[in-house]
Each structure stands twice: as structure tokens, then as C-alpha cells.
Design a protein around this ligand. Sequence first.
Ligand code: FE2
Length: 190
Amino acid sequence: MTDSPSATRTGASTRLDRLDRLVHEVRDVVRQGLPPGRTAGLVGDRLAPHLGTGDLLTDRQCEGDDGHYRQHVLHAEEDGGFSIVSLVWLPGQHTSIHDHVSWCVTGVHEGREHERRYDLVPGEPAGRLVATRDVVNDRGEVCGFAPPGDIHRVWNGGTGKAVSLHVYGADITRLGTSIRRVYRSPEDER
Ligand SMILES: [Fe+2]
């Protein structure tokens, strides 16, 4: 489920100010044309100070959905260089195991997110996933990814709502999603 940017950008002017500042800061990094891993690192540095602040998101941009984690598009750069979304997770909601079409930076704005990372080990017919690391991200923490090797699953393992900001090096409003590929869970195959 996705709100259009115009639908979500109707809050008080101070909220637009902080979101606009973040957009300008991300744009300044992306326009340097650095390698994806370096870009993700610098975007994470710019995102971190805004996380957890009361004037970054409107109430609507923090609304969840009982059926599935919810995405609100906050900004899509006109030239397709990057996009910013908020993702809202109610307790127990989770993603598939997936990787991404571009570099990606995530930052926790409210609550706590759990993440499991995987390696794809070569083999027949399409390789085998091996869980490599479990990570818990608290409010204010950022993670950067750049393909390949960015396979993971994210879920809300807590009892309250979780909200995170995600910045992608692509216009996901044109692509429809940031996900490149969905993988079958090795836990389900046991
Ligand atoms: Fe992801």
C-alpha cells in the first residue's frame, strides 16, 4: 500500500522543512556520483540525525495497516536518482527474504526492527541461503546496503509499532518496489 507524495506531504510546515532538509542532504550526496557502498554510507550519516525527531513525519506517515507492513512514499527524485519512504510495522509484521535493485539505507525512527542477513552459497539449481547474522536495530540506528550481498529479512519482533526510514538509489514509484528478488526461506525447507 502506498500513499502518493502529495497525499503524505500535507502536514505542518515545520515537518516539510525537516523532510526537505533531508532531501537536500541526500541529493548533495547522490550527485557526487560515488560508488554505491560509499554513497550508502554517506546517506546513512545524513539520515541519522533526523531519526526520532518529532517533526520529521506526520501522523499519517506513521500509520500502519493491520494486514501487512505499510509503505508511505515521502519523496521521489525527479531524475530517478533516489527515493525516500517510511515503512510502518505493527507487531509481528515482516518482509519476505529479499535483495534490492539499488543501494539502500535504513534507519529506525520509532521502536525497534529485527533483521536476519543471508549469504547465497553457490550450488544447484539456484544456490542455497545461509543465515549469517541476526541484528537488532534500535531507534536512531542506520544500516547501509549495496548489491550484491544484500539479502535479508526484516520484522517487528516487539510489542509496539516500529517506523523506519528507507532511502533507495532508485525511483521506486516508477519501479513499483525496491525488491529485486524474493528468496525461499531456508527455515521453511527444514
Ligand atoms: Fe530490504
